[in-house]
Ligand binder design. Structure first.
Ligand SMILES: NC(=O)c1ccc[n+]([C@@H]2O[C@H](COP(=O)([O-])OP(=O)(O)OC[C@H]3O[C@@H](n4cnc5c(N)ncnc54)[C@H](O)[C@@H]3O)[C@@H](O)[C@H]2O)c1
Length: 315
């Protein structure tokens, strides 16, 4: 049985914990905040497998020092992550892998000051972490290849789709794509081309339905690369290329309109919208099942690629 320690019982930590428990692992969840531990505890039903809750790693028994993997999911503040990393290095045995769930900090920034950076990497889960299959695995310049292979195998064994990056870039793959898409969305909104709801509708019913089933490169192959090139020749120069976040976003945040949690963002978060959103979130497993059903198993190209890639199978 795998033993996993998760540091931070917030949005991500509690659901990462749920993922590994669901896969039959023994899990310890560490958070100094009694409220956070209580919130996470309440999210596990009476009959569910539950983690061991503790306030600090020192409260874990000595045998936990040799667990397979520790994943930190504390707030995205580099100085805090450095403090936590020093605690983890001091407590866990040198063979225990330490991973960070950072949204986009670089491995080389996180490992500054670490004594054994070879056992460290980023394992970036997506929210909700127990339901979204992909996990971006980002080794740093010092990470040992066998550590990457061990983490990728563990993730795959527990039902995730690990995707290993070959370079330590900020934002990894998904956040870079998300921000490129949103930069253009903000530009369209700002230039009066369409309102937020129209942009959402077009995105959802065109790119959205396709992207749940096939990736952008496969989709472009379907459309014809010559056609894509012809369009790219005239379109690139018209696309937004700003290098700082747009005012429309900064203004929303400055006025407290931060989205669902504030009751107002680009949408008004009425009780009806909240209920609708809860129904949509409940449908996620069906979308994941549909998406996984389109994996190209049995297609010779894919099989060959998987066999060649021995350190991490890109999901
Ligand atoms: N929220 C998301 O959608 C999302 C998605 C992917 C990655 N991430 C990343 O995951 C990490 C956690 O994000 P979150 O949204 O779960 O944050 P969160 O604020 O919901 O939870 C963080 C938890 O860490 C705890 N904590 C603070 N100091 C600690 C310490 N020294 N030891 C142990 N626990 C401590 C806090 O009490 C809190 O419960 C961040 O790096 C974030 O960028 C977030």
């Amino acid at each position: 049985m795998h033993r996993i320690t998760v540091i931070g019982a917030g949005i991500m930590g509690s659901r990462i914990c749920r993922h590994f428990l669901g896969a039959g692992a023994a899990v310890a969840l560490v958070d100094p905040s009694p409220e956070a531990r209580e919130g996470a505890r309440a999210s596990f039903g009476d009959g569910d497998a539950a983690p061991l809750f503790v306030a600090s790693v020192q409260d874990l028994g000595g045998d936990w020092q040799h667990c397979d993997l520790v994943i930190e999911a504390v707030p995205e503040v580099l100085s805090l992550k450095h403090r936590v990393m020093a605690e983890l290095e001091a407590f866990f045995a040198p063979e225990t892998v330490i991973a960070s769930n950072t949204s986009g900090l670089r491995t080389s920034e996180l490992t500054r000051g670490m004594r054994h950076p070879r056992r460290f990497l980023i394992a970036h889960f997506f929210n909700p972490a127990d339901l979204i299959p992909a996990v971006e695995v980002v080794p740093g310049p010092d990470t040992a290849p066998e550590v990457v292979a061990r983490v990728a195998a563990l993730l795959e064994e527990t039902g995730k789709k690990p995707a290993c990056l070959a370079a330590d870039v900020p934002g990894f793959i998904a956040n870079r794509l998300q921000h490129a898409l949103m930069r253009e969305c903000f530009h369209l909104l700002d230039s009066g081309v369409a309102d937020a709801e129209t942009i959402d509708t077009v995105t959802r019913y065109s790119l959205g339905v396709r992207l749940a089933l096939i990736g952008p490169f496969l989709q472009r192959d379907l459309n014809g690369l010559d056609t894509h090139l012809n369009i790219a020749r005239y379109l690139y120069e018209d696309l937004d290329a700003r290098r700082t976040p747009p005012e429309v976003l900064a203004d929303k945040v400055a006025s407290g309109q931060t989205g669902r949690k504030a009751g107002q963002g680009f949408y008004d978060w009425t009780p009806e919208r909240r209920a609708h959103m809860a129904r949509i979130e409940a449908l996620l497993p069906q979308v994941v099942a549909l998406s996984s059903g389109t994996d190209a198993k049995g297609v010779s190209d894919t099989d060959t690629k998987d066999e060649e890639d021995t350190t991490c199978r890109n999901g």
